[in-house]
Design a protein around this ligand. Sequence first.
Ligand SMILES: NC(=O)C1=CN([C@@H]2O[C@H](COP(=O)(O)OP(=O)(O)OC[C@H]3O[C@@H](n4cnc5c(N)ncnc54)[C@H](OP(=O)(O)O)[C@@H]3O)[C@@H](O)[C@H]2O)[C@@H](O)CC1
Ligand SMILES: Nc1ncnc2c1ncn2[C@@H]1O[C@H](COP(=O)(O)OP(=O)(O)O)[C@@H](O)[C@H]1O
Length: 490
Amino acid sequence: MLYAHTVADVRAAEAALMAQVPPGSLMRWAAAGLAAYVREVVPGGSPVVFLVGTGDNGGDALFAAAELARERYVAVAPVDPSRVHGPGAEAVQAAGCRFVDSPRGFPVVVDGIVGIGGSPGLRAPADAWADVIAAERPFVIAVDVPSGVDVDRATLPASYLPADATCTFGTFKNALLVDPAASQAVRGALPRVVDIGLGPFLPPPSVEALTAADNRLLQAVLRSTLDTRGAHPTQKYTRGVVGVAAGSAAYAGAAQLCVRGAQAGVAGMVRFVGEPALAARIVDRCPEVVAHTDPEERGRVQAWVVGSGGGDDAAARLHMALEDEVPVVVDADALTHLPERLPVPALLTPHAGELARMLDVSRDDVEADPLGHATRAAERWEATVLLKGVRTLVVHPGAPTRVNLTGTPWLATAGAGDVLAGLAGSFLAAGASPRDAGSLAAFVHGAAAVAASGGGPLTAGRVADAVPAVIGAWHNGTLDESHLRDWRDR
Ligand SMILES: NC(=O)C1=CN([C@@H]2O[C@H](COP(=O)(O)OP(=O)(O)OC[C@H]3O[C@@H](n4cnc5c(N)ncnc54)[C@H](OP(=O)(O)O)[C@@H]3O)[C@@H](O)[C@H]2O)[C@@H](O)CC1
Ligand SMILES: Nc1ncnc2c1ncn2[C@@H]1O[C@H](COP(=O)(O)OP(=O)(O)O)[C@@H](O)[C@H]1O
């Protein structure tokens, strides 16, 4: 699992650690890690300019500059020459670094303007430096976080300095994993986390992300469903039955894709409830599905998926599902018919436009602050909210938010959300909590998209087809981290 912490939690951990180590230790460790990282990502002798702010972020940059000056040409551009970190300034002077007043002309820039102590946005002269960098496009390495971003909210003010690589300390920060900051300001690979000993002092994270190594969550779900030795050995019903009440005459394909997502997942059986013509088409295409045309005769399920392509029926389908008192995935059109209080554990799966409608704000508002809006909705409905996007969020009140890092932009294809809803329903039916079901489904869905895409275009049906192999590989520990995310397209 990757973990991100809030600024306040990092500061508290830093204070606790600092009380136990000699003064200046943390900054020395951070600077040594930064220098090693610069060496690694910019090998050879390219000249580097360090942009140095007035706080400790600038201090980190100065000590790293002094170390690297032994090997290559290093210049230092202070934001305010009268306010630089004292011991750091002495170190760069002793190392013979040149002082400059702009990053102009340097192929490599290290951004030590502000870190976790910065207020969002850039002030003079850093705002003008950002313009120079935008025009010249040197390789930019951020110290701790790209300067100017809102570190906890992961939002972007009018001015900030995007980085091509980021070296952070102790733990990830929200802005390094969550959009829009993560996608816009943190280009390239995931940031490097330099261990400075904060670990034992950090509380639970504010944000976390599953990795290929985190298959224990999946194994825990499958342990009970694939049990061959217990009192109730595996049969289709013990694996869970997922009910799909999705699609409409206008969106018949949504019903099929939702069913295919559910079938590709971990449940033992899929039931479909819908009007006769639609049910017939589903069974033609997916003969394993048990279809019910009379909702009163719908049979028992352990979880429902409602709303995908739901049209006019969505409200009635949601009402029907809630009557069964089992967990429910609420998708697409059904999201506009949520009751004041949900009587069952629920996973709400909006995209930004749907969440905007739920909260009566604009889509732009949601896209500018996805974490804030998804959190608002989770608290408002006391439910888990899975907000779909480049980095899908799974927000559950009172628990660390999960951000999904698998996927490819090719996944932005019609029907992909229907497959995800069905897949999430299968995890719910197998006994996962809405939070685990949402994050497992998002992870597998994204990884299946990368596998199916092979770097090229995708259809949603092919994503569903790739799901079983991804679940198998993740479960048995052979899923390769490098195949999870199509970084070239980011
Ligand atoms: N915590 C840890 O575990 C460790 C922390 N470490 C490092 O310390 C960093 C935090 O240092 P920090 O607290 O000194 O704050 P920092 O990010 O330098 O910014 C504050 C300064 O910037 C200024 N400033 C503010 N906003 C601005 C803006 N928009 N544009 C321009 N300037 C702005 C502000 O000036 P003022 O507002 O006071 O005029 C103030 O002087 C952290 O990110 C990491 O790199 C490591 O050394 C070791 C372990
Ligand atoms: N740029 C992107 N990169 C990666 N994944 C994306 C991107 N854009 C959308 N997605 C994913 O694609 C899926 C689209 O779902 P949705 O918006 O509901 O589409 P539809 O309604 O057509 O099924 C979601 O899982 C979302 O997270």
